[in-house]
Design a protein around this ligand. Structure first.
Ligand code: PLP
Length: 322
C-alpha cells in the first residue's frame, strides 16, 4: 500500500441491523462490524492513526506490546507504511497469532506472562528516539482513531441509538467510543462497558472509586487482560453515563457461538463480552432496573479479534458444556 495515496489505514465498516439479536432483545439491535477490519479488529483505527502520524514525523521503527490484536494492527500499519516493526507478546498469546504477526513482516519477541510484563520489555526496546512505541490503548492518537467508528456509525444508522455497547480491556476502545459520541452529539446516550469476570480492571476501579490494579487475569478473554485501566477511561466514566457490566467467560463464549450461527462470523471472547449484553439479557435486565430508560435501539461494537479459530471455539464449547 502506498501511504501517500491513502487517507487512513482502516476501512469504513458496515453498520448492520441484526434480525436475530433484535428478535431476542425485543428492540432494534445494530452491529458495527469492526471484525471486518483487515487485521481483524477495531485496533487498526487507533493504532493506524498513531503509526501514520509517527511516520509523517519520520519514525524509523515501530515497537508494540500486545496480546495479539494491537500487535497485529501495529504490524499491519508498519507494513503499509514500509517501516520495520517489533511486537512483544506475553506467553499466553496463541502461536497462530504470532505467526500472523510474522506474516506481516514483524519481528516477534515473547516476554512475560501478562501484557503488563510484555509492555515493560517493549518500553526498554524503545530507547532510540527514531523508534516509536505504540501503546495499544493509552494514547490520544489511539483514542482519536477509534472515534472514527462512531462518526461512521452516526452516518450509517437511521437514527441515534438509545444505548451503545463496547468491550473494555485497558479502555482505549471505550475512550474512542465516548469521545466519538461527544463529537457527533451523542453525549447524553448511555454506554454499557463490558468486561469478563477475571479481566475486570475498570469494573473494580469504578467500584473502588479509584484507578485500581487487579492482581491477575483469570479470564479466557486475554485481549481484555490489562491489569490497570488507563487514566483517561476512568475520568471519562466519571464524566459521562457509563454503566460497567460483567459477564462470565461462559457467557462470552456462548455469545461467540450464537453469533457464529446467527451471523456466520467468528469473534474472540473479548468481543463475545459485548454480544453477551444481548445474548445473556444484560441490556434487558438494565432496562427492567430502569437504568437505561426506554431502549428502542442499541448499537453494539463488534470489536472482533484474530485470536479465535473453529477449533478454539469448539474446545471452549466443550469446556463450558455449551
Ligand atoms: C478484540 C478486542 N476487543 C476489545 C479489546 C479491548 O480494547 P482496549 O484495550 O482498548 O480497551 C481488545 C484489546 O486488545 C481486543 O483485541
Amino acid at each position: 500500500m502506498d501511504v501517500t495515496t491513502v487517507k487512513h489505514l482502516h476501512i469504513v465498516t458496515p453498520t448492520i441491523h441484526s434480525t436475530p439479536l433484535s428478535k431476542l432483545a425485543g428492540f432494534q439491535v445494530f452491529l458495527k462490524l469492526e471484525n471486518l477490519q483487515v487485521p481483524g479488529s477495531f485496533k487498526i483505527r487507533g493504532i493506524g492513526n498513531l503509526c501514520q502520524k509517527a511516520a509523517e514525523k519520520g519514525c524509523k521503527k515501530i515497537v508494540c506490546a500486545s496480546g495479539g490484536n494491537g500487535g497485529l494492527a501495529a504490524a499491519y500499519a508498519a507494513r503499509c507504511l514500509h517501516i520495520p516493526s517489533t511486537i512483544v507478546l506475553p506467553t499466553t498469546t496463541p502461536e497462530f497469532v504470532a505467526e500472523k504477526l510474522r506474516d506481516q513482516e514483524a519481528t516477534v519477541v515473547v516476554h512475560g506472562s501478562v501484557w503488563d510484563e510484555a509492555n515493560q520489555h517493549a518500553l526498554k526496546l524503545t530507547n532510540d528516539p527514531d523508534c516509536v512505541y505504540v501503546h495499544p490503548f493509552d494514547h490520544p492518537d489511539v483514542w482519536e482513531g477509534h472515534e472514527t467508528m462512531i462518526v461512521e456509525a452516526q452516518e450509517q444508522l437511521p437514527s441515534p441509538p438509545d444505548v451503545v455497547v463496547a468491550s473494555v480491556g485497558g479502555g482505549g476502545l471505550l475512550c474512542g467510543v465516548i469521545q466519538g459520541m461527544q463529537k457527533v452529539g451523542w453525549g447524553h446516550i448511555p454506554v454499557v462497558a463490558m468486561e469478563t469476570v477475571g479481566a475486570d480492571c475498570l469494573n473494580v476501579s469504578l467500584r473502588e472509586d479509584k484507578i485500581t490494579t487487579i492482581p491477575a487475569i483469570t479470564s479466557i478473554a486475554k485481549c481484555l487482560g490489562a491489569l490497570t485501566p488507563c487514566t483517561q477511561v476512568f475520568s471519562l466514566c466519571k464524566k459521562y453515563k457509563v454503566i460497567s457490566q460483567l459477564c462470565t467467560d461462559k457467557q462470552a463464549v456462548e455469545a461467540c457461538l450464537k453469533y457464529a450461527d446467527d451471523h456466520r462470523q467468528l469473534v474472540e471472547p473479548a468481543c463475545g463480552a459485548s454480544l453477551a449484553a444481548v445474548y445473556s439479557g444484560i441490556l434487558n435486565d438494565l432496562q427492567t432496573q430502569g437504568k437505561l430508560g426506554q431502549v428502542r435501539s442499541a448499537l453494539i461494537v463488534v470489536c472482533g479479534g484474530s485470536g479465535v479459530t473453529l477449533d478454539a471455539l469448539y474446545k471452549w464449547k466443550n469446556e463450558y458444556e455449551l
